[in-house]
Design a protein around this ligand. Structure first.
Ligand SMILES: Cc1cc2nc3c(=O)[nH]c(=O)nc-3n(C[C@H](O)[C@H](O)[C@H](O)COP(=O)(O)OP(=O)(O)OC[C@H]3O[C@@H](n4cnc5c(N)ncnc54)[C@H](O)[C@@H]3O)c2cc1C
Length: 289
């Protein structure tokens, strides 16, 4: 393996400077569950690795007013263990819970899941459905970007040189709001999503959906936000007709690949089914939240 330099700064400023000053490829290290595998296999050949875990705030979950802020390098186990976050965003926690095994979740972060640039990343659809923003710091300062705008395609990100995701901001939760994430894999665990569906919604006192966001993973070159699917259920009580519209809109958004793990037709079909089921779970949760 060629020589790789490693640094573990204790401020965001130093991390950004190190990344920006690197002449060749520089990589942020969070949990390393993707990056280390890629280093060993030779798929990633950075000249510099910047470990962000010693920077205060990169690991941990805090509430700022009525918003949750999740540090970018927070491992899955900490996210799953947070009861208040789980009550407000059970779908996000479901997505995180599905990443790898207990060992993987001791390290794996949602920043790494997003910035690895896989359309099948399990935590991303629920984050998008929830309306999460990624807080990004770079040489030109800080910007907050909707999570759906961070990944452009497989391994392609909208991050500029020197930029780091430092945290995720979750919006305030109105009463009677909840979410759900479901994925289909060919095995019972430890596999890559063939389809993933995240739905977040709010209902009024009569059970009518007043707001919704729907996101699909593994059915296109990037994780999709599907506004047409949300529109299909807003104003309804998720009766049978609304569920049918939801399924149709979800299927219409899919542009999947055809591979040994799922044909185009299969992925499109499953995307409709999972979206419907995730919406019904989110509805059930929202009624009592
Ligand atoms: C056995 C095994 C099973 C797995 N199962 C699943 C699964 O079921 N579902 C799933 O979605 N994934 C799975 N993965 C993949 C991986 O665990 C996840 O993608 C994980 O969330 C990556 O997080 P990390 O913190 O380890 O990322 P890292 O490996 O540290 O980083 C991944 C990429 O993101 C970049 N990056 C990391 N943090 C930042 C940041 N703050 N700012 C900018 N760029 C950053 C890195 O430079 C790198 O390119 C599995 C991996 C293994 C080894």
């Amino acid at each position: 393996m060629p020589r790789v330099s490693y640094t573990a700064p204790t401020t965001i400023d130093d991390a950004v400077k190190a990344l920006a000053a690197s002449a060749g490829l520089a990589k942020v290290l969070s949990g390393g569950t993707d990056l280390l595998v890629q280093l060993k296999s030779g798929r990633a050949r950075p000249e510099l690795i910047v470990d962000t875990k010693r920077i205060p705030g990169m690991i941990g979950i805090r509430e700022e007013g009525d918003k949750f802020v999740i540090g970018a390098a927070t491992p899955g186990v900490m996210i799953s263990a947070d009861e208040r976050l789980t009550k407000a965003f059970p779908g996000i926690v479901e997505g995180v819970d599905l990443i790898g095994s207990t060992q993987i979740q001791g390290r794996a972060s949602i920043a790494g899941n997003l910035c690895n640039g896989s359309p099948a990343a399990d935590s991303v659809p629920a984050l998008i459905a929830a309306g999460a923003k990624a807080s990004i710091v770079g040489p030109k300062g800080r910007r907050d970007s909707p999570v759906e705008d961070v990944m452009l395609g497989p391994r392609k990100l909208a991050l500029r040189k020197g930029e780091i995701v430092v945290s995720f901001l979750l919006p305030p939760r109105p009463p009677r709001s909840s979410d759900a994430y479901l994925r289909f894999i060919p095995r019972t665990e430890m596999d890559i999503a063939v389809v993933g569906a995240g739905v977040s919604l709010t209902v009024d006192g009569a059970g009518t959906v007043t707001a919704a966001r729907v996101s699909l993973g593994a059915v296109a070159a990037r994780v999709l936000l599907v506004p047409e699917a949300a529109q299909a259920i807003i104003g309804s009580r998720l009766d049978r007709a609304a569920q049918d519209r939801l399924e149709a809109a979800a299927r219409a958004a899919c542009r999947p690949i055809d591979d040994k793990r799922g044909t185009v037709e299969f992925r499109i079909d499953v995307a409709g089914v999972l979206t419907r089921r995730a919406a019904m779970i989110a509805l059930d949760r929202a009624r009592t939240n």
